[in-house]
Design a binder for this molecule. Structure first.
Ligand SMILES: [Zn+2]
Length: 686
């Protein structure tokens, strides 16, 4: 039984989570936006005794996967096999409780997506359009925008892609590029006519406007509603549902070789294919019965697909229900910066699981308490540590542990009988009874942070009760009252085990095991009689442990190292300076000299003082490279290049008679330039 009257009309729930794209592993941004909230929702509905199906899988088609495969010299199938396994395994380890986690490259999905297209095609639901597109004559194929590079018309970057210039961030059309080249053959592409099918979204506008902007005003999240409204108000355009590509679901129409279903068309049909895989002949009611509630959990970048395009596809088919809600989240940032797969600026789930074994719930808790439900939010390792140490350890863990330890100390691990509840007890019992509904109602309204905070408030109530009653002192003066206090504290622990389960299921399992609690539904929570007198409690174990500064520092350093690498990777050589004539160059007198002495200039951190044998005698040159040569005496005997006719100048009181040449590497290090063989000191360079 759910708390929302609307939900009480439903017989079953079909819950989907966005299909992660299988060209990389999953990171905390995905978890916060989609998977943790979806899993909390599903686990809660199951605890409510609802009939729920939770669908997930990998999205394995599309151009980026083919590009990654080409870069690595493997097949697209190799790429998706690799990441599907990593993603699937890491979700399972984090306890994301899919009923099925499948993939769009499987034959069942190809068959379903193909039949779906064919039905709409046969019924004339698409419009056919020809357009001009770039074609590679050597590779014999049409080119996706990403497969074309050229010069950006806005900033002159020579490596802009056909869909975007990464240097200036402008989105482009392939035809905007100056000197376009195919990434396949390196040749300039030619224009050719190609035919595609389009979903006429412009015709869907009236019912979409009514369905979303009228019917779902107020029950869809404001960020979702707002985005839909601006799409609809801007006027919907027909969207191509096919592409020229050789990786994907083949278009099931004769004479369309080399064409596949556009990935955004085939991916959401995956939810249906996977349902068929899971339920067999019983699949239809999960998608076609009006008593089924369909909910899509997605990130904000997916709103248009799940709120407008996929519903338009479902409506065009005619026999499907539409989603009742699409609770999309905003984005999670990492340490103040946007998460980026290409820049490796992320906390990867599979790495976290390796580096923090047994701490799935700490991540689930941190992510959920910080989920970007109404605006973008930030994940920091400091906050992760704080949430663990001062909430999980200090509030929930502490309360449960104190209660269980005292039960063992005073009653040999058996639940003591309680006497009459006094006024304080009654207040606590009354308050405890409100939590199942408080937590449940927040979950049903997709306010997971609020739900989690309420669950923790019950642990706070428990802690306060212990502090107010002090059973560790009370035992000496009033053993009977102590038994009552601990009985009630144990009841709170049992309630927590039920109410924390959607959020931190591993901890809930542990609490059930320690307290020998049978599996309980949500409806049992809120009562002070979950544990009977004499019920045996196992030896307590700590639910959580402190995370120390060194562990957090190691993670922060890992990110700092990524940042440093990114800066190096972003390095580009300086622009070539203005042209100089041979005569101008001839004015520079560059020579080779041998280092006779080299010392630090006193009171100047950056400067080294060289004494150079220059073929005519010796000269002193001061150079600002001390930071890169911490042992200057080791330079004695080395040959360096210097400008012999450089105007003398005084540096920190030392007259420098020339300039020593060095190269500045991309990380800013200065490296002395030296001839590749010993030469006669004083000879010219040129
Ligand atoms: Zn540009």
């Amino acid at each position: 039984m759910t708390y929302s009257e609307k939900d009480q009309q439903y017989k079953r729930y079909t819950v989907t989570s966005a299909l992660p794209y299988a060209n990389g592993p999953v990171h905390i941004g995905h978890l916060a936006g989609v998977y943790v909230p979806a899993d909390v929702y599903v686990r809660y509905l199951r605890a409510q005794g609802e009939d729920v199906m939770f669908i997930g899988g990998s999205d394995e088609h599309g151009v980026p996967i083919t590009i990654k495969a080409r870069k690595e010299g493997v097949t697209p199938q190799d790429i998706v096999d690799r990441y599907h396994k990593i993603i699937k395994d890491s979700f399972a380890e984090l306890g994301i409780s899919f009923d099925i986690y499948s993939r769009t490259s499987c034959p069942e999905h190809h068959a379903t997506a193909s039949a779906y297209f064919k039905k709409l095609y046969d019924e004339g639901k698409f419009i056919e359009k020809t357009s001009m597109q770039y074609y590679d004559e050597e590779a014999h194929q049409f080119l996706a925008d990403r497969y074309i590079t050229g010069t950006c018309p806005h900033c002159g970057n020579d490596h802009a892609y056909g869909d975007q210039c990464e240097a200036c961030g402008t989105s482009l059309n392939a035809t905007d590029l100056i000197n376009p080249k195919s990434m396949l053959s390196g040749n300039p592409p030619v224009m050719r006519e190609t035919k595609h099918w389009y979903l006429p979204l412009d015709q869907d506008e009236p019912w979409l406007r009514e369905w979303i902007l009228q019917q779902h005003k107020g029950d869809w999240k404001t960020n979702v509603y707002g985005q839909c409204k601006s799409w609809i108000d801007a006027g919907l355009q027909p969207r191509a549902v096919t592409r020229d590509l050789d990786w994907g679901v083949k278009v099931p129409v004769e004479g369309t070789e080399g064409k596949v279903l556009y990935v955004w068309f085939d991916a959401p049909i995956g939810y249906i294919s996977f349902t068929k895989q899971l339920k067999g002949d019983d699949w239809e009611k999960w998608w076609k019965d009006k008593d089924t509630k369909l909910v899509h959990f997605i990130g904000k970048d997916n709103i248009v697909f799940h709120c407008i395009i996929f519903p338009a596809m479902l409506k065009a088919e005619g026999s499907y229900i539409l989603p009742a809600n699409v609770p999309a989240n905003e984005f999670l940032n990492l340490e103040g910066d946007k998460i980026s797969t290409s820049r490796n600026w992320a906390v990867w789930l599979h790495e976290y699981l390796k580096e923090f074994p047994g701490k799935q719930d700490v991540l689930r808790y941190t992510i959920c308490s910080n989920a970007p439900e109404t605006k973008d939010n930030d994940f920091t390792w400091k906050d992760f540590q704080l949430k663990n140490n001062s909430e999980l350890v200090a509030i929930l863990g502490n309360f449960v542990n104190r209660t269980l330890v005292l039960t063992h100390k005073f009653y040999g691990g058996k639940v003591p009988a309680h006497g009459a509840w006094n006024e304080l007890d009654q207040e606590v019992i009354k308050e405890m009874a409100t939590y199942p509904e408080k937590v449940g109602r927040s979950i049903e309204n997709y306010r997971f942070r609020e739900a989690l905070a309420e669950m923790m408030n019950l642990a706070r109530l428990g802690n306060k009760y212990l502090t107010d009653t002090e059973p560790w002192k009370l035992i000496k003066t009033d053993p009977e009252r102590t038994a009552t206090v601990l009985n009630l504290s144990l009841q709170i622990c049992a309630n927590l085990a039920v109410l924390c389960a959607p959020f931190i299921p591993f901890t809930a399992d542990k609490m059930h095991r320690i307290m020998n609690l049978p599996a309980m539904g949500w409806q049992h929570a809120g009562n002070a009689n979950l544990l009977m007198e004499g019920h045996v409690i196992e030896k307590p174990e700590l639910l959580f442990e402190q995370i120390d500064d060194a562990t957090i520092e190691a993670q922060v350093n890992k990110l700092l190292e990524t940042k440093r690498q990114n800066e190096l990777n972003a390095w580009q050589p300086n622009q070539v300076k203005e042209t100089v004539s041979f005569e101008d160059f001839g004015k520079m007198d560059i020579r080779v000299g041998t280092v006779l002495e080299c010392t630090k200039v006193p009171k100047a951190d950056k400067l080294l003082q060289f004494k150079i044998e220059d073929g005519m005698g010796t000269r002193t040159i001061v150079s600002g490279i001390a930071k890169y040569y911490p042992e200057p005496e080791k330079l004695v005997g080395m040959q360096v290049c210097f400008i012999a006719n450089f105007a003398p100048r005084k540096l920190k009181g030392v007259e420098s008679q020339g300039m020593i040449l060095s190269a500045e590497d991309k990380d800013g290090r200065l490296i002395l330039v030296s001839p590749s063989q010993l030469v006669t000191p004083g000879c010219n360079v040129g």
